[in-house]
Write a protein that binds this ligand. Structure first.
Ligand SMILES: *Cc1c(COP(=O)(O)O)cnc(C)c1O
Length: 244
């Protein structure tokens, strides 16, 4: 089990390196985030004890369940799942340094309110729906800049970039289109120089499409299956409103 995990990590790191070389990028520009939904704290710990530093959960409940066990090992926690406003108070208890899934003003405003109350700040990415699939969360690309301008006025929330989930398709060029939309949006936002908004992170690319994402400028790839194996729950369990 442990050997499999370490072997998988090696394969992923090679894939990241090769994709960087192919697109003339420095591999240091691309961070590997381990998507740890359904993965036990023990297995996550193994990864963290063997060179990994960045993990992301989809549900506040899982964050909570694994928190004590993982506390012993230094690491950085991002949140990559759909966040309901009634979970904001909870999520702030578990040392999440970045919420990658801010996709609506109501969420940002409630988050800001709570952060003010706790005298804290947090980093976020704005999640954009680049695939036009109803089943995925994220602000529509046409409304992203408007949202970012509004969120930028909330001084507890530090916007660091954008996140997207690419289309699920075996057609690489269609998937690539999603990543291009995110990259173009990033460039457009940089041109607008919105106060307090940084655009250095592009979180895109998963087990099946990380090479394409890196070619299109990803700085964070989020990998689950290719490291930890297939999950028992379908991803719709995490990505569809109705089932959450
Ligand atoms: C599960 C998940 C991933 C990782 O997906 P894999 O295909 O298992 O690599 C990435 N991003 C988000 C938002 C996820 O929920």
């Amino acid at each position: 089990m442990k050997e499999d995990l370490l072997h998988n990590l090696e394969i992923i790191q090679n894939r990241i390196r090769n994709a960087c070389v192919k697109s003339g990028r420095n591999p240091n520009e691309v961070k590997l985030l381990l998507a740890t939904k359904t993965v036990s704290a023990d297995r996550i710990k193994t990864a963290l004890e063997n060179g990994q530093t960045l993990i992301g959960e989809n549900k506040v409940q899982e964050l909570k369940e694994k928190y004590e066990d993982l506390k012993e090992v230094p690491h950085t926690n991002h949140f990559i799942g759909h966040l309901q406003t009634n979970k904001i108070k909870d999520i702030l208890k578990y040392d999440v340094s970045c919420i990658q899934s801010v996709d609506r003003l109501e969420l940002a405003e409630k988050l800001h309110e709570r952060l003010l109350f706790e005298n804290k700040t947090i980093e976020v990415l704005i999640q954009v729906n680049t695939s036009n699939e109803d089943s995925k969360f994220g602000v529509h690309p046409d409304h992203a800049i408007e949202l970012i301008k509004k969120v930028s006025g909330l001084n507890t929330i530090k916007i660091k970039g954008l996140m997207t989930i690419g289309l699920f398709s075996a057609e690489t060029e269609k998937v690539r289109q999603c990543f291009k939309i995110l990259k173009n949006l990033q460039q457009e936002i940089i041109l607008q120089t919105i106060p307090h908004v940084e655009m250095k992170e592009l979180s895109m690319g998963m087990s099946g499409d990380l090479e394409t994402a890196i070619e299109e400028g990803s700085t964070i790839v989020r990998v689950g299956t290719a490291v930890f194996g297939t999950r028992i729950y379908p991803d719709s369990h995490y990505w569809n409103e109705g089932t959450i």
